[in-house]
Design a protein around this ligand. Structure first.
Ligand code: HPA
Length: 237
């Protein structure tokens, strides 16, 4: 530890809390810090990947953007875990629904992540790795959603390197056939990095669009569901 600042995070050890929320969009990180945290202080602006540390109900919490895709969240989560001693990481993002029962604005807890990405292959394991959420974070977050009466699903997601996915070859099964709930682009890297670094990780997603029906949320709807997801994430962390 302590090769800080790192190439991508301009903070000293101690500037970042043991628990961090990770939205993809750095401006979301700024919004979360300004809206939900007390006494938020900015610790990073390298590459405009804004990061802040403050307090939520008296507990020290950080929030930082990750950018999009496994390589980007892979870099930030690695440095947070290995150089800054971060122990709990919760990604708060959006995803595209892959099942009819998963509606826009629903919350999806990524219990596991299937992979259409080469990220974990680069660990060189002698078999296929299962990317799974930390059970303790997962159960606390799910119970917080249940208590609030939110509409949520718990299961597999698909981490893909592609947002604009070409049509797949006819005849094969799809991840949707396997019950996968939603598509996003970061969780496999986050879960595998956390596993390797001995940290706890969870991804919570709000459904922004449906790959089944083509529905999409309005900016206003995204704001409300985003608030629900943030309260769940902050309660769990
Ligand atoms: N695919 C991948 N990531 C996403 C999507 C999607 O359809 N929607 C929101 N994030």
């Amino acid at each position: 530890m302590a090769n800080t600042p790192t190439p991508h995070i301009g903070a000293q050890v101690g500037d970042i809390a043991e628990s961090i929320l990770l939205p993809g969009d750095p401006l979301r990180a700024k919004f979360i810090a300004e809206t939900f945290l007390d006494e938020a202080k900015q610790f990073n602006s390298t590459r405009n990947m804004f990061g802040y540390t403050g307090f939520y109900n008296g507990k020290r919490v950080s929030v930082m953007g990750t950018g999009m895709g496994c390589p980007s969240i892979g870099i930030y989560s690695h440095e947070l875990i290995h150089e800054y001693g971060v122990k709990k990481l919760i990604r708060v993002g959006t995803a595209g629904a892959m099942q009819e029962k998963v509606h826009i604005r629903d919350i999806v807890f990524a219990m596991g992540a299937c992979m259409a990405t080469g990220y974990v292959k680069q660990f060189g394991l002698p078999g296929d790795y299962s990317c799974i959420a930390d059970f303790d974070l997962l159960i606390h977050a799910v119970l917080a959603a249940k208590e609030r009466g939110l509409s949520y699903h718990v299961g597999n997601v698909l981490t893909s390197d592609m947002f604009y996915t070409p049509k797949t070859v006819e005849g094969g099964l799809t991840f949707a056939d396997m019950g996968v709930l939603a598509a996003e682009m970061e969780t496999a890297a986050l879960y595998s990095n956390a596993a390797l670094g001995g940290a706890q990780a969870l991804t919570i997603l709000t459904i922004s669009d449906s790959l089944v029906t083509g529905e999409a949320t309005t900016a206003e709807e995204r704001q409300t569901t985003f608030r629900d997801m943030m309260e769940v994430a902050l309660t769990a962390i």
